[in-house]
Design a protein around this ligand. Structure first.
Ligand code: URA
Length: 247
């Protein structure tokens, strides 16, 4: 984590203004990891160091931040990987400790929300809140199939199909367009978030997945953000997200 001058850490924690915090430091009222610091200039990691003023530990409350990343392929959703593969932390530069809200497979691209708001992360990842997740998939159908058979398969997905973890709940599906012979773009919207769920569902109707992209989570849309790009959510988007079951 970023190291900051002690008076800034105190000001960020709401102890006093930066100028007043300098006076508090000079008066010998501040200890960092048990050691009194009375000169200006010391740098601290406000999250890792134990900072106390007049014997009372201060706590840093990070400003809550909400980001939308278009995750590229070959990047892991986790914050670290013991096999040295690229993770989302390698491609973002956000000072707050954000975590991904839900997961995308390494091969999946698209909308990934990142936040340090623990409550919202919990709500959005807990199945009981049932936020919709919408995906677009390029699929390849067997060469002896026509569009009609694919459409029947998409209807079956709406009812639910059997995957490794059991039967899926009803989903919304739609054929968006034909891309080329045997290749189609489809839309699939689910409420659950089981491992490899969309890929397994598509495979369950005899179709292969060429690529998979998440385009929406609840009220938040990916829009025209390019792969690897990210932006902060607007205030309207954050309040829409916080309205439970808004979609
Ligand atoms: N379903 C999948 O199969 N993969 C994802 O990344 C997300 C949903």
């Amino acid at each position: 984590m970023e190291r900051v001058v002690l008076q800034k850490a105190l000001a960020d924690a709401g102890v006093a203004s930066r100028r007043a915090s300098e006076a508090i430091i000079k008066a010998g009222r501040v200890k960092v990891n048990g050691i009194t610091i009375s000169e200006l200039g010391a740098r601290v990691d406000a999250h890792a160091d134990v900072i106390a003023v007049d014997g009372h530990r201060i706590t840093i409350v990070d400003q809550k931040v909400y980001f939308l990343l278009n995750k590229p392929k070959d990047v892991l959703t986790t914050n670290s990987d013991d096999r040295g593969r690229k993770t989302i932390l390698d491609i973002i530069n956000i000072p707050q400790r954000v975590v991904p809200i839900g997961r995308l497979d390494i091969g999946t691209t698209g909308l990934l929300l990142l936040s340090n708001d623990g409550e919202l992360v919990y709500e959005l990842t807990h199945p009981k809140f049932e936020h919709e997740k919408e995906y677009e998939a390029e699929v390849e159908i067997p060469s002896d199939w026509g569009e009609g058979i694919l459409k029947k398969g998409l209807d079956r997905l709406q009812q639910g199909v059997r995957i490794t973890t059991g039967r899926t709940r009803p989903a919304k599906t739609r054929l968006i367009k034909k891309i080329s012979t045997d290749h189609y773009l489809i839309s699939i919207t689910i409420h659950e978030g089981r491992k490899h769920q969309v890929r397994q569902m598509i495979n369950a109707i005899g179709v292969s997945v060429v690529s998979l992209k998440r385009v929406r989570m609840g009220p938040i849309e990916l829009g025209d953000l390019k792969e690897g790009e990210y932006r902060e959510l607007t205030e309207q988007e954050v309040s829409a997200l916080k309205k439970k079951n808004s979609h």
